[in-house]
Design a protein around this ligand. Structure first.
Ligand code: AGP
Length: 616
C-alpha cells in the first residue's frame, strides 16, 4: 500500500507532488520518487530529453533534498512506497521508466501475474531495472502505445491480474496524465485550471474539494482543463463529483508532537461527533441513517457478524459483547482475512458489518465481497468518506472521527465503538430493552467524552509508568469479558509503536500456558474495572504476583483492593460496565505512545507498517 499522486496544470508540479506525498506518507514510507515532464532535467546518465525521474530510498524529506528547488515542469507524478516486491532500494523506488525513458508510471497494489508478464517481456528483449512487480506496467504501456495514451493504458491493464492504482505519463503527450484503478483507491481532484490524481483526498485537500472516486475497472485521462473517465471497453463513463468536507487543519498536527498524540486527545470530540444526532431521548433509542433497513428487516436479524482487521477487529469484538447483552442475538467478530477463504456459511437472517477506518483494507473489502457474492447483506462502518467499503457496502455508518493519520489507530477505535453502541441501542430497544434501560445507556454514552477528558487531564502517572517500564521487552495485557478485546488492542498498540513484544489474553487463559512466561522482567497489565468479573481478574493478578511477575492494574478510582494487590495502578473514572472499553483504551494508548517516546521510536510511521493495507 503505497501513496501515488499526479498533477497537471499551470503551476510547477514538483512542490505540489512533494507536499502531496508528504500527506500520503502514512501509506508507505520506505522510498519515494517523482517524474516530471521537464526538458533538460535528468537523473544520473539519462538523456536530456527523457522524462526527469528523481527517486531514492528514505522519507519524503530525503527526496525533497534531491529535488532542485526551482525545477521546472508542470506535469508530474509521484510515489511513496511500502515494499511488497523487491527490497528497499533506489532502483525499486517508483516512478519506473520504460527502455526509451519516454513513459513513466507509479503504481499502488500487487500485480499477481507479473512473473509471466516479465518473462514474456524479457523474451522480447526488454531490460528491467528493478525487482518490482510494478515495472512490467511501464514496459507493457510503451509496447501498447499507438498514439493514444488512454487506449494504451486500457490495453495494458487488461493484461494485469491483481490490484492496482496507476498513474502514467508520456513525454510525447506533455500535459496529459492517465490513471486506472482496480482494488487500490484512486481519486481525481478537479481544480481551477488544474487537475490532480491521488490515492486519497488528504493529498489534494489543500488544492480542491471537488473529487471523483474511481471504481474498479475505470480509466481516467486528464489535462489541466479537462478529464474523461472510461471503462475497460473504452466506453465513456459519466461520474458524480463529490465534495470533501474535512478541514485542512484536521490533517495538520496543530501543535501536537505526533499525530498519534493529537488523535488520542481528539477522542472526546470524535466520540461526540459519532453520537451527534444519533441518540433519541424521547424514544430512548438510537438513530442511524444509511442502514437501508426498515424496522421489520432489523427485527428479522437473527445473527450479527462483524468482519474486520487489526484495531477494527478488536472494536468489533467489543461490539459483540454489547450486542449480545443489549440485543440478545448471537454476535461474532471474524478476522476478515480468514473468513474470506473459509467458504463461509452465509445465513438468511444474518446481518454482516464490515468495519474499517480507512474503508480500503483489502482483507475486509474482499471478505465483504465474498459475503455479498453469497447473498449476504453487509453494512459498512467506516471513517473515510467515499472509501471503497463505504461505497460498495449495502448501507452503513460513518464514524466521523475526522482524518486519522497516525498508523496506530486510536480515535477510530473509540468512535467505532460509539457507532456500534448506537446500533446495539437501536436494535435492543426494538426487542427487550425498556425505555429506562435505553435512557441509562444514552446517559452512559453521553458521559464517555467527559470521562475521557478527565483521563486526558491527568496523564503524568501514565508517562511516569512508561518511564519505569519502557525498557521491558515483553508485556502481557489481560482482561475479561468485554475488556478482553481491549487487552488485545492495548497489546497491539504497544507492539505497533514501541516495538515491544506484547500479548493480549483473557486473564483466565494465562493459567493454561502463558503463565510459564511470567518473570520479574515481564510486566502484566490487568484491565480490572468494577464489573461482574472483577473478582476473577483479581484472582489472576494474585496468580501472577505469586510468580513474582510485576502487576500493573487499570482500575476504577478508589479501588483499594486492587491497589493492595497490584504494584502499579492507573485509575479511570467509575462508569457503566459497558463503557469501560472506551475508558480503558485511552490510558493503554497513552502508555504505548509514551513507551515509544522513551524508546525513541518513529511514533507516527512505525517500521514495516502502513496506515491502509490495500494488499492481501
Ligand atoms: C491499527 O493501529 C493498525 N493500523 C491496523 O491494525 C489497522 O487497524 C488495520 O489495518 C485495519 O485498518 P482499517 O480499520 O482501516 O480497515
Amino acid at each position: 500500500m503505497c501513496g501515488i499522486i499526479g498533477y497537471c496544470g499551470p503551476r510547477r508540479a514538483a512542490p505540489i507532488l512533494l507536499e502531496g506525498l508528504k500527506r500520503l506518507e502514512y501509506r508507505g514510507y520506505d522510498s519515494a520518487g517523482i517524474a516530471l515532464a521537464t526538458p533538460g532535467c535528468t537523473t544520473a546518465g539519462e538523456g536530456a530529453d527523457s522524462l526527469g525521474v528523481i527517486k531514492a530510498r528514505g522519507k519524503i524529506k530525503d527526496l525533497k533534498a534531491l529535488v532542485p528547488p526551482d525545477i521546472a515542469g508542470t506535469t508530474g507524478i509521484g510515489h511513496t512506497r511500502w515494499a511488497t516486491h523487491g527490497e528497499v532500494t533506489d532502483a525499486n523506488a517508483h516512478p519506473h521508466l520504460d527502455g526509451t525513458g519516454d513513459f513513466a508510471i507509479v503504481h499502488n497494489g500487487v500485480i499477481e501475474n507479473f512473473h509471466q508478464l516479465r518473462d514474456h517481456l524479457l523474451a522480447q528483449g526488454v531490460e528491467f531495472h528493478s525487482e518490482t512487480d510494478s515495472e512490467v506496467i511501464v514496459h507493457l504501456l510503451a509496447r501498447a502505445y499507438q498514439g493514444d495514451l488512454v487506449a494504451a493504458l486500457t490495453a495494458t491493464v487488461s493484461l494485469l491480474k491483481g490490484t492496482y492504482g496507476i498513474v502514467a505519463m508520456y513525454r510525447g503527450e506533455p500535459g496529459r496524465l492517465v490513471g486506472a484503478r482496480n482494488g487500490s483507491p484512486l481519486v481525481l481532484g478537479i481544480g481551477q485550471g488544474e487537475m490532480f490524481l491521488a490515492s486519497d483526498t488528504t493529498a489534494i485537500l489543500g488544492y480542491t474539494r471537488q473529487v471523483i472516486y474511481l471504481e474498479d475497472g475505470e480509466v481516467v485521462s486528464l489535462t489541466a482543463d479537462e478529464y474523461a473517465t472510461s471503462d475497460l471497453m473504452n466506453r465513456e463513463i459519466r461520474k458524480e463529483v463529490d465534495h470533501i468536507s474535512w478541514e485542512l487543519e484536521s490533517i495538520e498536527k496543530t501543535g501536537f508532537t505526533h499525530f498519534m498524540e493529537k488523535e488520542i486527545y481528539e477522542q472526546p470530540e470524535a466520540i461526540r461527533r459519532a453520537l451527534r444526532g444519533r441518540l433519541d431521548r424521547e424514544y430512548a433509542t438510537g438513530h442511524l441513517g444509511g442502514l437501508n433497513l426498515n424496522s421489520r428487516e432489523l427485527l428479522e436479524v437473527g445473527r450479527i457478524v462483524l468482519l474486520a482487521a487489526g484495531t477494527s477487529y478488536h472494536a468489533g469484538m467489543v461490539a459483540t459483547y454489547a450486542l449480545e447483552e443489549l440485543v440478545r442475538v448471537p454476535a461474532v467478530a471474524e478476522l476478515a482475512s480468514e473468513l474470506r477463504y473459509r467458504n463461509p456459511l452465509v445465513e438468511r437472517d444474518a446481518l454482516y458489518f464490515a468495519a474499517s477506518q480507512s474503508g480500503e483494507t483489502a482483507d475486509t473489502l474482499y471478505a465483504m465481497r465474498e459475503v455479498q457474492r453469497k447473498g449476504g447483506r453487509v453494512l459498512g462502518i467506516c471513517n473515510v468518506v467515499g472509501s471503497t467499503i463505504a461505497r460498495e457496502s449495502d448501507g452503513g455508518v460513518y464514524i466521523h472521527s475526522g482524518p486519522e493519520i497516525s498508523v496506530a489507530s486510536t480515535k477510530a477505535f473509540t468512535s467505532q465503538l460509539a457507532a456500534f453502541y448506537v446500533f446495539a441501542l437501536l436494535m435492543g430497544r426494538m426487542r427487550h430493552l425498556s425505555h429506562d434501560q435505553g435512557l441509562r445507556l444514552i446517559e452512559a454514552l453521553e458521559a464517555v467524552p467527559g470521562q475521557i477528558e478527565a483521563i486526558l487531564a491527568h496523564t503524568e502517572p501514565i508517562r511516569a509508568l512508561a518511564r519505569r517500564y519502557a525498557s521491558c521487552e515483553h508485556f502481557f495485557f489481560l482482561g475479561r469479558g468485554i475488556n478482553y478485546p481491549v487487552a488485545l488492542e492495548a497489546a497491539l498498540k504497544l507492539k505497533e509503536v514501541s516495538y515491544i513484544h506484547a500479548e493480549g489474553y483473557s486473564a483466565a487463559e494465562i493459567k493454561h500456558g502463558p503463565l510459564a512466561l511470567i518473570t520479574e522482567e515481564t510486566p502484566s497489565v490487568f484491565l480490572v474495572p468494577r464489573d461482574g468479573l472483577r473478582e476473577k481478574v483479581i484472582t489472576s493478578m494474585k496468580e501472577v504476583k505469586a510468580r513474582r511477575g510485576p502487576v500493573i492494574a487499570l482500575a476504577v478510582e478508589g479501588d483499594q483492593e486492587v491497589a493492595r494487590v497490584a504494584d502499579e495502578v492507573l485509575y479511570v473514572p467509575e462508569a457503566h460496565h459497558l463503557m469501560y472499553p472506551f475508558l480503558l483504551a485511552v490510558p493503554a494508548q497513552l502508555f504505548a505512545y509514551y513507551c515509544a517516546l522513551e524508546r525513541g521510536c518513529n511514533v507516527d510511521q512505525p517500521r514495516n507498517l502502513a496506515k491502509s493495507v490495500t494488499v492481501e
